[in-house]
Design a binder for this molecule. Sequence first.
Ligand SMILES: NC(=O)c1ccc[n+]([C@@H]2O[C@H](COP(=O)([O-])OP(=O)(O)OC[C@H]3O[C@@H](n4cnc5c(N)ncnc54)[C@H](O)[C@@H]3O)[C@@H](O)[C@H]2O)c1
Length: 442
Amino acid sequence: MSTRREFIASTAAAGAATALAGAVAPVEAAQQTALFAAPPMDRVRVGFVGVGGQGSVHVDNLLLIEGVEVRAICDIVEWKVARAQDAVVAADQPRPAGYSRGPRDFERMCAEQDLDLVFTATPWEWHVPVLLAAMRNGKHAATEVPAAMTLDDCWQLVETAERLQKHCLMMENCCYDRREMLALHLVRLGMLGEVLHGECGYLHDLRAIKFAKEGEGLWRRAWSQTHDGNLYPTHGLGPIAQCMNVNRGNRFDFLVSMSSNHRGLEAYAADHFAASDPRRQEAYKLGDVNVTLIRTLKGQTIYVGHNTNNARPYSRINLVQGTKGIIQGWPDRIYLEGRSPEDRWETLDRYYDEFEHPLWKSERVRNATNGHGGMDFLEDWRLIECLRQGLPTDQNVYDAAAWSCLVELTERSVAARGRPQDVPDFTKGRWQSTPPLGIIES
Ligand SMILES: NC(=O)c1ccc[n+]([C@@H]2O[C@H](COP(=O)([O-])OP(=O)(O)OC[C@H]3O[C@@H](n4cnc5c(N)ncnc54)[C@H](O)[C@@H]3O)[C@@H](O)[C@H]2O)c1
């Protein structure tokens, strides 16, 4: 693997700008850093792979965005391709080409279609094959989360994107949710002081979904049979990483991880299925509760939780502790020294009034209810906006790799009694000269 890593010997720039530039960095400046921008394009011709639950949300969003042409749809299920094709036609676009000749038909799509962007919302094991096929055929590539499930695949994405000069990004929608963006905005404005610690996670009772005979039930439970670690780290971690400028002046240093026993899936199967049901015979490996601690090179600490197997309400925690205050979600609350009543939490209402992130002030986001209450539309719109304007994307291949590599690193740490695991520097040093993501205006 080290030989391949050599390949991405960086063009690290000395003394690059440290000012907040983020999404407004011009192409020339971007080349000095770990930011990548492609030439601007007037329209974005999209091929979509995997139009199940989440893929359909993205297709619907893309059809609402100016400049997007959905040219091709691929899924292993023919009626899902037809459903998405109908949606495109209903949006007054020509019927896109359909691809449903088996699990590798996206390769044919990538080879024969003139596309600017291939976007995938397939099961986890297919993200990397689709992304690589897209880039090797000259397309930019975007994927649902996590981008990759192994360290080796994280490196492959980085190396291929660098070699072929393509965008390869993971669409972490939770970075665009309203409270996460409020927290980032408060951090950028200095209201929380110096950021010291974050807590986050994906705590979502998915038992019924994992055992369903459709959608994620067809593939997600299988991962619980073969892996023990944090299988889904990016929803919680992405927003915290942005607050801590990971890959942009900072980076993850190392982590330790532990898992509890596994009980939830076994108990659910025993309660819901007949003794003869094959799902009663499955053996699981994934500890129900996985806890990970990360330390950044700049000395911050991050708690990352994962639990999709037990009875509990949803939470991503989304806690940011700074020297001057703290904000957290589920339930939403904040305490800022000098502003909040002594030793008392406040609700976020008046902070939204005063400090709403500019992107959440836009009418089109507030009116976009398709897909997790607006954040999915916002992330899709930002991707298209960056491509059309020739800007670096808000999240890039280094973020995809640094946030997704937790899957394998947590598993390694769990298997080694919590032994520390170094997080690779996918930027090869360029994190030092890459400016933080700025406050993006709409
Ligand atoms: N960001 C979010 O909030 C969010 C929410 C849900 C799911 N997701 C992610 O989206 C992805 C898909 O999840 P989902 O809930 O939509 O699952 P799903 O099972 O509903 O959809 C997956 C689709 O991919 C298709 N597919 C499978 N293998 C394929 C292949 N080789 N080629 C083409 N199509 C193929 C399936 O037929 C299905 O239509 C996953 O990565 C998941 O983690 C993200």
